[in-house]
Design a protein around this ligand. Structure first.
Ligand code: NAP
Ligand code: MG
Length: 403
């Protein structure tokens, strides 16, 4: 065996469920362990172990990410009624991602993996567009009311310290209708802005942020103000040194510019904008299996994963003996992202070089026409056929070995 790369410090490794759990083991066996003396702290977040540990394992894994600074996570089942019956569960625990995000207080960034044979449906996009979605508040934590008949609707704030109440008329309703109350928190918006600049500095990407502050002068205006304040006070010097620009505009102007731009920037989005735009960007770049995701905490802790789920239907077919053509690309990039981050923190250039080599080999395989079915269906030129996951991973391993 060749000399394997030595790691100084471990990564928190969070295993998961179904087809991605199968691929997880395969990627480690074929693409990591032959080349790296892999050091991880392993946490089994498979559904049955979450149940057995009363979900303690999820909390421990988040604490490990915090302590070690870097984590890599496999997709996990979010339990619901159907899963409760399927796995004979006693409890329904919250989604592990929600639990981890609450502990790390992070923002999620989604970045597409681009290959020359899959053209984005927006023809001018040459580089990835990363979406950073503020995942707290606004319409996702709204209070809503259906109004049955004419009457007054007001906003009332009662200060906790007993000082004077503030009252504001929303509308004098002439008849039946609907109302909605939404909120956000300064601290959450600050964290979001910090995570965006930390990410942009790491990826060397300009930052775009947009709201509708001409219409929503107080609410969206406050988002704009806080973002700007964090930039000016905490990141401007670093960004200028690194040649990274910060650009603020109105959301409709941003959308119009995005479809005419060549990409290569971080688009920081308010919660709803991020929800909508991340699906638009993912779909326009080609395949959910090519979308990576990283959670960045305001303290600078990173957790990498694939954006897709456990690919449940493929798993059922695998259980029946089929070698499915499930695409492991985003999962491989979750590992390379975590290894590269570890390398940066530990100052181990050999490890960084390996992460880069593995990414290049994965892209090279696809660009040489060796790909899984999801990509074969949308690639130009169309490949002669598609590979199953095992063949695809073997192809990548060969390419790593000869490069
Ligand atoms: P999914 O696992 O992302 O799969 C949806 C469909 O997308 C698949 O059926 C497949 O389409 C295609 N697909 C996704 N990833 C692919 C890949 N790597 N290669 C090829 N095709 C891929 O979403 P889901 O079926 O809605 O969710 C399944 C489970 O995952 C759920 O229990 C959910 O809770 C969980 N989930 C976890 C996370 C996470 O941990 N981050 C995120 C989302 C969902 P075809 O069947 O057409 O081939
Ligand atoms: Mg969405």
């Amino acid at each position: 065996m060749i000399n394997r790369i030595v790691m100084k410090n471990p990564i928190a490794e969070l295993d998961g469920d179904e087809m991605t759990r199968i691929l997880w083991a395969l990627v480690k066996e074929k693409l990591l362990l032959p080349f790296i003396d892999l050091k991880t702290e392993y946490y089994d977040l498979g559904l049955l172990n979450r149940e057995a540990t009363n979900d303690e394992v999820t909390i421990q894994s988040a604490q490990a990410i915090k302590r070690l600074g870097v984590g890599v996570k496999c997709a996990t089942i979010t339990s619901n009624a159907a899963r409760k019956a399927e796995y004979n569960l006693k409890n329904l625990f919250p989604s592990p991602n929600a639990t981890i995000r609450a502990i790390l207080d992070g923002t999620v960034f989604r970045k597409p993996i681009t290959v020359s044979c899959v053209r984005p449906t927006v023809s001018c996009w040459k580089k990835p567009i990363v979406i950073g979605r503020h995942a707290y508040g606004d319409v996702y934590k709204a209070a809503e009311l259906q109004i049955p008949a004419a009457g007054k609707v007001e906003l009332v704030y009662t200060p906790a310290d007993g000082s004077a109440r503030q009252q504001l008329s929303v509308v004098d309703m002439p008849g039946p209708g609907i109302v909605q109350g939404i909120h956000n928190l300064d601290e959450s918006i600050r964290s979001f802005a910090r995570a965006c600049f930390i990410y942009a500095l790491r990826e060397k990407m300009p930052v775009w942020f947009a709201t509708k502050d001409t219409i929503s002068k107080t609410y969206d205006g406050h988002f704009k103000e806080i973002f700007n304040e964090i930039y000016e006070n905490e990141y401007k010097t670093q960004c200028e040194t690194a040649g990274i620009s910060y650009f603020y505009t109105l959301i409709d102007d941003a959308v119009a510019r995005v479809v005419r731009d060549e990409g290569g920037f971080l688009w920081a989005c308010k919660n709803y904008d991020g929800d909508v735009m991340s699906d638009m960007v993912a779909s326009a770049f080609g395949s959910l299996a090519m979308m990576t995701s990283v959670l960045v905490s305001p303290s600078g802790v990173f957790e990498y994963e694939a954006a897709h789920g456990t690919v449940q239907q493929h798993y059922y077919r695998w259980q029946k003996g089929e070698k499915t053509s499930t695409n492991p690309a985003a999962l491989i990039f979750a590992w390379t992202g975590a290894l590269a981050k570890r390398a940066e923190l530990d100052n181990t250039p050999e490890l960084a070089a390996f992460a880069e080599k593995l990414e290049s080999a994965t892209l090279a395989a696809i660009e040489a026409g060796k790909m899984t079915g999801d990509l074969a269906r949308i690639a130009h030129p169309a490949p002669a056929g598609s590979l199953n996951s095992w063949e695809f991973i073997d192809t990548i391993a060969e390419m790593v070995n000869i490069s």
